[in-house]
Ligand binder design. Structure first.
Ligand code: GLU
Length: 465
């Protein structure tokens, strides 16, 4: 059997962490089985769906690299198909027109609640053999209801939660088309899952309640019922429902905050799924390992520290030229151009071990590409009168020599030794003068990357050589 999964977001907001994890699991399941992954945009809630949200979802999927084999399909473009299936169900007597007015339904509901009963449609317009229906009122457009089985149970073996069974008498006759003829949410999902031949529905467990209704409709259509895997929710760092503060933000916010997509993916993969103690793995490995058996039914908890740790890990692994593209973008947004300056890939090679994210990396390397303004107290502390002649002589020597890290290193070391100084006594003022700060990676490496002209220009600003 060809495995076919889908991700079916409603474009009412950005793609957030929960949605991204659902997409990732559906994608990985298809990839694991050499199956097909489908993107379906559930945009029938016209009042809340926006083209911007559609774009945000596509951008998020693209950033994460969750490529789909079919779609995006848009439910709004499939209205004729839904209407056709509704007509079919009406014809087969599996759905019926209900003319109950809103007022009548409200009154019914109130009466049931007052009697301590669960409110439900009372079946007034449900046709049954031998039953006489009320006369059709004039001027009322009916809704269409699905004729849910009256007894028995509807059950499925949820791939995450285990067996779930619901008595049919708990479910009333679902409205599948509104009075204006538009199909309702659960119905569109059913027709789509059927038409798209979805074999595995992997989605958030906020849809568990919809599942028995969807299964009953699928059965009425003689459609194959897919397997269902309902993912538990993701809680915030504090164990509370995920809020804007921790994770309920767009995945693109993670891009903005300097995370690499592979770090976010690796992180998401472990939110509710495990493979032994493995914490760090590629998406290739993940797709090889991923199964539904190792998804935990309990809620997963967001852990920012772990995400940061993974990000730092992937930054170290990342190709310098790729990082350069990312950091160039970030520096440009700050009005700092890198073109014509020191080799950014080389600079990043020096710094990527020390940063937790791309923004930190951009912060750290900014000084290579802009004017620096060392603080007075730093200058006072490190550019002491006793060391100034040493620094001057050293600068002259550097200026006359070859500009390679090894040569720079030897010259600095020689100045230290010849003057009976400790290494920092010379290295610190050099750092302050060229970087504006006293902490940098190895100073010879910094000077080498900054280049002869710019280094001498910066040093001469203080030494007047
Ligand atoms: N459109 C639904 C949502 O965004 C998902 C429906 C489904 O996966 O069945 O929550």
């Amino acid at each position: 059997m060809m495995i076919r999964t889908r991700f079916a977001p409603s474009p009412t907001g950005f793609l957030h962490i929960g949605g991204a994890r659902t997409a990732l699991f559906s994608w990985a399941y298809a990839r694991h089985h050499q199956g097909v992954f489908i993107l379906r945009i559930e945009d029938t809630d016209v009042a809340r769906s926006t083209p911007e949200a559609v774009q945000a979802i596509l951008d998020g999927m693209n950033w994460l690299g969750l490529n789909y084999d079919e779609g995006p399909f848009y439910q709004m473009q499939r209205m004729d198909r839904y209407k056709q299936v509704i007509a079919q169900l009406l014809e087969e007597g599996k759905a019926y027109r209900c003319y109950s007015s809103r007022e009548a339904l409200d009154a019914m509901r109130e009466k049931q609640m007052a009697a301590g009963l669960k409110p439900r449609y009372d079946g007034t317009w449900r046709p049954e053999p031998g039953k006489t229906l009320p006369p059709v009122p004039g001027g009322v457009e009916p809704v269409i209801r699905f004729k849910n089985p009256l007894d028995g149970i509807v059950a499925w073996d949820d791939q995450v939660k285990g067996r779930i069974a619901i008595a049919n008498n708990e479910l009333d006759d679902l409205i599948i088309a509104r009075a204006d003829g538009t199909p309702t949410y659960n119905f569109c999902v059913v027709v789509d899952d059927w038409d798209m031949q979805i074999t595995h529905v992997i989605r958030g467990d906020d849809h568990v309640n919809n599942t028995p209704r969807q299964i009953n409709i699928l059965k009425a259509l003689n459609a194959q019922v897919p397997q269902y895997a309902h993912l538990s929710m993701i809680l915030g760092d504090d164990g509370q429902k995920l809020s804007k503060r921790h994770g309920a933000v767009s995945v693109m916010q993670y891009d903005e905050d300097g995370y690499l997509p592979e770090a976010v993916l690796n992180y998401l993969a472990r939110l509710g799924w495990s493979h032994g103690d493995d914490e760090i793995f590629s998406m290739e490995q993940f797709c090889t390992w991923f199964d539904l058996d190792h998804i935990t039914p309990s809620a997963a908890q967001f852990n920012t520290e772990k995400l940061n740790w993974l990000n730092a890990h992937y930054l170290k692994l990342a190709d310098n030229s790729r990082l350069a593209t990312e950091v160039t973008k970030r520096l440009a947004a700050r009005g700092i151009a890198t073109a014509g300056g020191p080799d950014l890939a080389g600079v990043l090679g020096l710094y990527k071990e020390r940063a937790a994210n791309l923004n930190e990396l951009a912060d750290a390397v900014e000084y290579f590409y802009r004017q620096i303004h060392p603080a007075d107290d730093l200058l006072g502390k490190h550019l002491t009168p006793d060391v100034m002649p040493v620094l001057k002589a050293l600068t002259e020597k550097l200026a006359a020599g070859e500009w390679t890290q090894a040569v720079l290193h030897d010259a600095i070391q020689e100045a230290v030794t010849a003057n009976g100084l400790k290494f920092p006594k010379v290295a610190m003022p050099l750092r302050v003068m060229v970087a504006g700060i006293a902490q940098t990676p190895s100073v010879d490496a910094v000077l080498a990357l900054l280049g002869r002209d710019e280094t001498l220009r910066r040093l001469n600003g203080y030494l007047g050589v």
